[in-house]
Structures are given as structure tokens and as C-alpha cells.
Design a protein around this ligand. Sequence first.
Ligand code: ADP
Ligand code: ADP
Length: 224
Amino acid sequence: MNVMTLKNIRKTYHMGKIDVHALKDISFEVEKGDFTIIIGPSGSGKSTLLQILGGLDRPTSGDVIIERENISNMKDQELAIVRNKKIGFVFQKFNLLSNMTALENVALPMVYAGVGLSERKEKAKELLDLVGLGNRVTHKPNELSGGQQQRVAIARALANDPTFLLADEPTGNLDTKSGIDILKVFHKLHSMGKTLVIVTHDPEMVDEGNKVVKIRDGLIEEVN
Ligand code: ADP
Ligand code: ADP
């Protein structure tokens, strides 16, 4: 089942008189249960692509279709709803709220989705169990290691049962051992049927996914 399609995506930044063609013609599809790695060197257009497929920025032309819904022409408000419901973001720098516990961080997206308190707590606890942090629910981010904080962030990203997880260099801020632990969590989620999209410059990541999209100079070099 198709969960996301990018069709002929172009993104041009106008810098005074100069046009920077960050994405030139990007098309690919993500199927339910795919573990997709988007890889490319610095400057190839990864951040731009991530912003567009996460609904954080709009392409200059082309279509982004998430579960049959074309988000390219949506109003900002509609797009914000799609993002909160359908996309679970995982960032390089975790982006947890420092004054909230692990459980409260994981529960937060459910507050915006209108889920009641007891259901939020129960679901957040389940998700922390899933990422191996069932014994850290009342810890605040600064009481957790980087790898543990990233696992909290993954649990948070899963809170509203998103269509797919979208991760930006998720192991980029971690030591080797913690990075491997995070990859184990992704593999577990993949085996459960979750759909994952990871954007990275790290060539070691290509073996992790079942689908690799290589980009260079704003174009797809290879998909396999
Ligand atoms: P990557 O994440 O792979 O390093 P980017 O998507 O950040 O690549 O950048 C792709 C190209 O677009 C680069 O040439 C970069 O300089 C340019 N670029 C990225 N963001 C902007 C922006 N906001 N304004 C102008 N040019 C940009
Ligand atoms: P990363 O490669 O770590 O994703 P960025 O996306 O911040 O880093 O930047 C990638 C490239 O895009 C850099 O060359 C940067 O100079 C350029 N860039 C990013 N944002 C802008 C911007 N607003 N205006 C011009 N160039 C930008």
C-alpha cells in the first residue's frame, strides 16, 4: 500500500539574482512498512527534501501525496493538522522539552490531538516500554543519556500512530554504542510494520533500510 508519493519535486531558492536549484526533479514512493534511507552528501538537497516531505516547507513545483491526500496546496492550518496526525518527527538534537518528564514529553502530541489524560498516560507508558525506557518515565531529559533522550523522542514521534516516522540524522549526535541502540529500535519498529524514512549523510546507514534513495545535486542518483 502506498503511503507517500513525491512527484516531480523541484525547489528553487531565489538569492537576489541567483537561483539555487536545491531539488531539480525528485520522484519516489514509500510503501507501508518500508524502511527508506535517503542519503546524499552535504549540499545535495537532503534538508530541503526533508522539509518538503515533512510538510514543513512547500516545493516550487510538484506534488507531495500522503495517503492519497495532496499536501502541496494545503493551507498552513490544514498542513499543521496533517503533520501532527500523520508524521512522527525525530531530530538529530532530540528536541525534548527540558521541564517535562519523559512520560509528559511522549504524551504531548496526544494533548494536541485531543486524547484524554488517562489514555495519554497509558499510551505514553506503553511507548516508553516499547523503546526500552519503561523504568525512566519520571526522568527529565537532563537526567537521561543522549541515546535515552533519542528513544524518548522516538516514543513521542509514535504517539499519534503516524503514517510514517521521519528522522533527520537520528544518530548524528550520539556515540557509536547509543547509535547502534537507536538503530535496533528502528529495526524493531520496522519488524512491527511501521514505516520509516531516515535522512542521512552517513554511508554506513545504507545497509539499515530495505530501500535506499541516493541524491546528489538535487537529483536522484539511484533507488534500490
Ligand atoms: P543538504 O541538507 O544535503 O546539505 P540542503 O538541502 O541544505 O542540502 O541544500 C541544498 C542546496 O540548497 C545547497 O546548495 C544550499 O546552499 C541551498 N539552500 C538550502 N537551503 C537554502 C535556503 N533557505 N536558501 C537558499 N539556498 C538554500
Ligand atoms: P545541513 O547541511 O547540516 O543540513 P543547512 O541545511 O543548515 O545544514 O545548510 C546547508 C547549506 O544550505 C549550507 O551551505 C548553507 O549555507 C545553506 N543554507 C541554509 N539555509 C540557508 C539560507 N537561509 N540562505 C542561504 N543559504 C542557506
